[in-house]
Design a protein around this ligand. Sequence first.
Ligand SMILES: Nc1ncnc2c1ncn2[C@@H]1O[C@H](COP(=O)(O)OP(=O)(O)O)[C@@H](O)[C@H]1O
Ligand SMILES: [Mg+2]
Length: 267
Amino acid sequence: MKTLIDIDGYQVNIRGSTGALTVGKPGSGKSVLVSYLMLKLMSVGAFPLIADTKRSDFYSLRKVLKLPDIQDVTKQKSQISATPNQVAKMLRILTKFMNQRYENHQEHWGWDWVDYNLRPIVVVFDEFSATLSEADKPTANEIISYLKQIIFKARQMGGIYLLLASQRLTADVLERNISSEFSTRIGMQNLDRISLNLAFPGCDLNEIPIVENIPGHGLIYDDHFDTMIPQPFIAPDMSEVDVPKVVKHLNQKFQHNDFLHEDYWPW
Ligand SMILES: Nc1ncnc2c1ncn2[C@@H]1O[C@H](COP(=O)(O)OP(=O)(O)O)[C@@H](O)[C@H]1O
Ligand SMILES: [Mg+2]
């Protein structure tokens, strides 16, 4: 299975990785970049789950992400969540599923989800800070608690890749120990110092390159780079891509797939 994704010449490996964190002010190009990464993951067979409580770009994909009719109604779970409650529920199902993957695949020491041929899952979480501020306290806590479990545990057997986008990063939104778990961290356009510190911990702020304030321009860091300093990059221009159409096509293409059959698959 091909697990490398190209971002402007930088190779990002989804294997052994938690996901990509993208930060940037409104209009800086977060959603465009996340849609590019989502399509790349879907093109290798990843099953998409989407949290978009602002009901913007990703929410509109609900029309093309209709699940096939399944007899078992308990399996009819939506791939798109549009309220904090739905997000919490989706993450609860995902966490349970991740734990089942661990329980069911212990026979080979050191194997990961690629070795077991498990279907990867891409979780798109657009406007994360907005979802948290919209949620009541218990729901926000629930969301963070599931997210932490997924972030700390999914790497080996979860096969779960998180694409988390947020306007700002503060310690309230994402504690430093969580943000630094993301193998790939991206800042679109120029960021305030607090966000920079959280997105690129361990990096001297004076060494961080200045990027042009043009949508799609940003800084990228990956654990596999041989430098702690994030590098300037330009995200792919997606204006000519009909994202819903490609999502629909890829979704249908992989409805029948060669990944290992999992009885406990919840969707
Ligand atoms: N990589 C890019 N190349 C060209 N234009 C871009 C790119 N990324 C964003 N844009 C432009 O900027 C607009 C805002 O991007 P968007 O991803 O919606 O920002 P955000 O999600 O950060 O608010 C897009 O509608 C598009 O016109
Ligand atoms: Mg956006």
